[in-house]
Design a protein around this ligand. Structure first.
Ligand SMILES: CC(C)(COP(=O)(O)OP(=O)(O)OC[C@H]1O[C@@H](n2cnc3c(N)ncnc32)[C@H](O)[C@@H]1OP(=O)(O)O)[C@@H](O)C(=O)NCCC(=O)NCCS
Length: 200
């Protein structure tokens, strides 16, 4: 597998521009804080969901997400509208930790795709469109399989998985020391939903 760090910093689709979060941009930080301080967003995220309570947490998150961990195409993108730059949420492509007895959890060797949109951006197909660009970048960089883990009750997220053509594998305890509804997608079967845009 060969990964090319510079290739995936900016991704474009028909409607979206995905870019890195910028901790020096107060509007990015405000948006992250507004998004992750909402229970509607956080309720299915993490083993013990909690809302962000302090703007400093949003700064720290923007700093962490500004640079991909593990080399691109891994990273967390700010999904924005290409037309006016409006922020919609985050799209994530990252190493996923295995369940295990010690913290921090060890990498599983698998890669996960994820999406967290501000509620104002739900219901427009933006998560599916943004994630498809990240998947295309990941597969183009040599990944052969990507998984998604969702809270068993998170039907909205499971619908995104299905729209992306991911296969439901049922409940799994393999990751995060949590029971998740697991989905997978193999590079060989990936077909980008719609063909309105390309990763650059
Ligand atoms: C999970 C989450 C991203 C799903 O968002 P979403 O907007 O429902 O998902 P999509 O972007 O795929 O949009 C699909 C919806 O947009 C609608 N839509 C409208 N215009 C559309 C278009 N042009 N193209 C595609 N879909 C469109 C679809 O009909 C669908 O709505 P429906 O489910 O009511 O039928 C969102 O609920 C969220 O951010 N939740 C909080 C964080 C979270 O739980 N993340 C997942 C952790 S595993």
């Amino acid at each position: 597998m060969s990964l090319h760090p510079a290739d995936a910093a900016v991704l474009r689709t028909g409607r979206l521009l995905l870019r890195r979060w910028d901790p020096a941009d107060p509007a990015d930080v405000d948006f992250l804080f507004d998004t992750y301080s909402r229970w509607d967003v956080q309720r299915f995220i993490g083993r013990v969901p909690r809302v962000m309570e302090d703007r400093d947490e949003a700064i720290a998150r923007a700093e962490t997400w500004a640079s991909p961990v593990g080399g691109a195409p891994f990273g967390v993108w700010a999904a924005t509208l290409a037309s006016d730059g409006a922020r919609l949420g985050s799209v994530l492509l990252k190493s996923i930790p295995a369940s295990g007895p010690t913290e921090p959890l060890e990498p599983s060797g698998d890669v996960e795709i994820g999406w967290h949109l501000h509620p104002d951006a739900w219901g427009h197909g933006y998560a599916t469109e943004g994630a498809s660009a990240a998947l295309a970048a990941g597969f183009a960089s040599g990944l052969d399989r990507v998984v998604a883990v969702t809270h068993p009750d998170n039907v909205a997220s499971q619908a995104v998985c299905r729209r992306l053509g991911m296969t439901a594998l049922g409940l799994s305890d393999a990751y995060y020391n949590a029971t998740c509804a697991l989905f997978e997608l193999e590079a060989a079967t990936f077909e980008r939903p719609g063909t309105s845009g390309n990763a650059e």
